[in-house]
Design a protein around this ligand. Sequence first.
Ligand SMILES: C[S@@+](CC[C@H](N)C(=O)[O-])C[C@H]1O[C@@H](n2cnc3c(N)ncnc32)[C@H](O)[C@@H]1O
Length: 242
Amino acid sequence: MTQNIYDDPTFYQAYRRLDRSVQGLGGAPEWPALQALLPDVRRARIVDLGCGFGWVCRWAREKGAASVLGVDVSENMLAQARSMTADPGISYEKADLERLQLPVGSFDVAYSSLALHYVENLGRLFEQINRATVSGGRLVFSVEHPLFTAPSCPDWIGGAGGRCVWPLDGYLSEGPRSTDWLAKGVIKQHRTIATYLNLLIAAKFTILHVEEWGPTPEQITTHPSWALERERPAFLLISAQR
Ligand SMILES: C[S@@+](CC[C@H](N)C(=O)[O-])C[C@H]1O[C@@H](n2cnc3c(N)ncnc32)[C@H](O)[C@@H]1O
């Protein structure tokens, strides 16, 4: 049963104040690395899975994409996306990624940013994406890194000598985690890196690139507080080819 936490008023009010919600792609520190994994989107037909406010839908059209379909389960997120979009080349659809059906062979690029760690049956979704993309088409996505989704208390703890330490437990116990991020009881799905890769392989994708994201030295110069993010990767970025 999909939680759809983005339609929870408390969660949504907090989410819409985040840098990435206010500033868009410029407020998402992993965006430059994720963008680098995308192929040339000119003339491409793109599907954005868990599109949120539609930042990448609009970016892709500005870069020359033929069409973009943004899919999300949240009425709040889709309403905001629609209010920020005036482009007949972009359509938004309310759908649950757990049950999503996409037309066969109709996309060149499937993209997803920070949505797939909410999906329980990811194997089914990868197979669906494989059917929906053309031969040679790409799947590019980011998720919260498994070192981030695993712990029962995902927060820094003070270590010896003032160092911050990231706690890790439960890494090999895959499945739901309930966390208090922006609201109480937010459910995310933890899976290991091996599971992400093996699900892609089982769905007949060729893995092209895997990145465990941390801020670059240049980003840390601009945002010194991000230095802590180099102690463990916050995001896992993957590109694969059908
Ligand atoms: C962290 S937000 C990311 C939004 C956008 N991709 C971005 O990077 O700005 C996660 C999004 O995934 C959507 N989502 C989560 N579970 C979903 C599901 N089962 N089906 C469709 N969308 C889902 C949420 O509603 C939310 O808009």
